[in-house]
Design a protein around this ligand. Structure first.
Ligand code: SAH
Length: 348
């Protein structure tokens, strides 16, 4: 049964489906629909049920769905970490220009979700319905990005949020609107946590940069999140490369935002970079690219240097390991989260 934030509402309309009066009541609570008004459908669902719920909502929302993972609060509620044991929220938006269409969509979605709930496979919440006015729209999505803690001391702070940081915290300010790499994707988180481990071992503070710290290349830098974190964790020189010009712009903007422009250079491109050797290669790419680029990534390394490779779906781990070994790399540590794996590989 759909529920709205308001209570009651008269369910005058006679309806043939069992959900009819409830849907009419829900619509009454929404207030006037029309131009500039969107109807948000939201369902809380266990992580395993997200895809099925998403499929249902997509039937009614041509714009597709968004998924907000469950968060657990830290730092006395000032920060958050992703908690996969908590339900995620799937959202979809319908245009308010077609009130009859909205009513039909709510009724059908309620029925379809009811069937899914009846399967009882995984917990799925009730359909929540509310309106969003377009004028609030530009700001509305921002509330879905909390300050995020990764590893022990890395903190990813969306630019518009405040964070009272602990003395040891390393804070990155990012605008998640810009490119992949908000710190929310598991492959990015894995790589950040691994990077923090290397920093804790002193591996970023020593190397072949002019200042004696590590020289690092971030292959597929996206928003620049990994390179910026490496810079803040003590690396000496950083090069970010990405084939996508938007990513290059985004990394440059984020480098400025985080006062990393002296350390971090970025340009469009890939490997071979022609600028090696590096002490560390960061590569949060997909498995097939890691396999394809294994030799070129190896070619960037100084003797004893290492690759942090992430973005490996667990079924492809064997392929990446084999390609790295064939390229003359020794496999080191392994980090895993949900379906994703990150690997350390060392140039022998
Ligand atoms: N490093 C960021 C972004 C990872 S997404 C993070 O960890 O969050 C992967 C990035 O690799 C994308 O920005 C994509 O444009 C880039 N990319 C894809 N193929 C590439 C290639 N062959 N060489 C370099 N970058 C590539």
């Amino acid at each position: 049964m759909p529920s709205t934030s308001g209570a009651g509402g008269d369910s005058g309309a006679a309806d043939s489906t069992p959900d009819g009066p409830a849907v009419a009541a829900a619509l009454n609570d929404l207030g006037p629909l029309g131009p500039g008004v969107w109807v948000e459908l939201a369902v809380a669902a266990d992580i395993e049920a997200v895809e099925a719920v998403s499929e249902i909502l997509t039937r009614f929302a041509p714009g597709g769905t968004s998924v907000e993972p469950g968060f657990g609060l830290t730092d006395e509620g000032l920060g958050a970490v992703i908690d996969t044991t908590k339900p995620a929220i799937v959202r979809a938006y319908l245009t308010g220009l077609d009130p009859a269409g909205v009513e039909a969509a709510i009724a059908e979605a309620t029925t379809a979700l009811g069937h899914l709930q009846a399967f009882g496979l995984r917990p799925i919440g009730d359909l929540q319905v509310r309106t969003v006015r377009e004028v609030d729209w530009a700001e509305a999505w921002k509330s879905h990005f909390p300050v995020l803690r990764v590893g022990r001391r890395l903190v990813i702070r969306p630019t518009w949020r405040r964070h009272h940081h602990e003395p040891e915290d390393v804070v990155l300010s990012l605008d998640p609107g810009m490119a992949f790499g908000t710190g929310l994707h598991p492959t990015t988180r894995l790589c950040l946590a691994a990077l923090e481990t290397l920093a804790d071992e002193g591996l970023l503070a020593t190397g072949s940069a002019r200042d004696g710290a590590a020289r690092i290349i971030d292959v597929g830098c996206g928003s620049g999140i990994l390179a910026i974190a490496a810079g803040k964790l003590g690396a000496g020189e950083l090069l970010g490369v990405d084939t996508d010009p938007i990513a290059v712009e985004s990394t440059a903007a984020n480098a400025r935002l985080n006062s990393q422009t002296r350390r971090l250079r970025v340009r469009q491109g890939s490997v071979p970079s022609g600028e090696g050797p590096f002490d560390l290669v960061l590569a949060n790419l997909i498995a097939s690219l890691l396999v394809q680029l294994a030799k070129a990534l190896r070619g960037e390394l100084a003797p004893g240097g290492r690759i942090l490779a992430s973005g490996i779906f667990r079924d492809r781990e064997g392929d990446v390991r084999a390609a790295f070994e064939a390229a003359g790399l020794r496999l080191g540590r392994r980090w895993a989260e949900e379906d994703w794996v990150a690997l350390e590989a060392i140039a022998v």
